[in-house]
Design a binder for this molecule. Sequence first.
Ligand code: CNA
Length: 278
Amino acid sequence: IDESVPPQTLTSRTLEGLAEYIKSGKASRIVVMTGAGISTSAGIPDFRSPETGLYANLARLNLPYAEAVFDISFFRENPEPFYTLAHELYPGKYRPTITHSFIRLLHDKGLLLTLFTQNIDCLEREAGVPDDKIVEAHGSFARQSCIECKQPYPEDDIKRHIAAKEIPRCHHCKGLVKPEIVFFGEQLPQAFFENRTLPMHSDLCIVMGTSLTVQPFASLPGATRERTPRVLINKERVGGLGNSADDVLLLGDCDDGVKRLAEACGWLEELEKLWAET
Ligand code: CNA
C-alpha cells in the first residue's frame, strides 16, 4: 500500500479505522463481494488449486478437458460428468462458515445493501441472507430449468434425481434440465446486469475470498465511488485493492478476518452465537 496517500474518509487505513467508521453509523449501505475462498473452510474445494481443486480431481470423469464439465455444448452431448459433480456439490451437505454468518449479521443489522457472490453453493442463503439481497453472479443451485424450452423444473424432483444419480428431463419437452449455474458459453443472469451499478451507492465495500480474476465480476469493486472505503479480506492481495486512499487490507484467512472485524466492532459474541445457531 502507498501509505503516503492519506485516507479521505477513514481516520486510518487499519482495522481500527474501519471499525470506527462502521460504529459511527457511516457505513449503512454495505456491498459485499465474495468468491470460492469463503467456502473452502466449509469443505468445498475451489476449482483451480493444483491438488485439492475440483478440476484436478475430475480425471475420473473422462473429460476431454477439465472445464468441459461446465461447458454448455459439452453438457448437451454428455450431461453425466456434470451430474456426477452435482451429486457431490448439491446444497445440503455443507455448513455455512462464520464468514457467511458475518454477511447475515450485516443484514440483520440493516447494513447490507447487496451481496454479490460468484459462488454457486447457496451457503449465503443457508446462513440466512435473504434472496432479495443476493446477486448470484454465476448463478447457483437455487433454481433449475430446461435448457431447451426454459421451463422451470421443480426443486423436489431435481433433488430426488441427483440423490439417485439420475439425469432429470423436462416434464414438458423431455429436454435436459440444468441448475441455473452459469456455464462457459452462457450469459450472466439478468440480476447481475440490473444491479451492477449498486456499488456506486454503497458506503463500504467488503471483498472476501476471491481472486478477482473472472470478468465482469472482477470490475465490481472498481464501481464504488472514489472516497468509499473498501476492505479486502483474503489470503492474497488481488484486483488492485489497496491502491486507493481508503482501501484497507486484512490479509489472511477470511474466517479470522471477519472475526477480527466483528471483535473491533463489538459484535464477536453475537456473530459466534448466530453462527452456532445456523
Ligand atoms: P478462485 O479464483 O479460486 O479464488 C479464491 C481466492 O480466495 C484466492 O484469492 C485465494 O487466495 C482465496 N482464498 C482461498 N481460501 C481462502 C480462505 N480460507 N480465506 C481467505 N482467502 C481464501 O475463486 P473465485 O471465486 O475468485 O473464482 C471465480 C469462480 C470460482 C466462480 O465462477 C465460482 O463459481 C467458482 N467456484 C465456486 C465455488 C463455490 O461455490 N463454493 C467453489 C469453487 C469455485
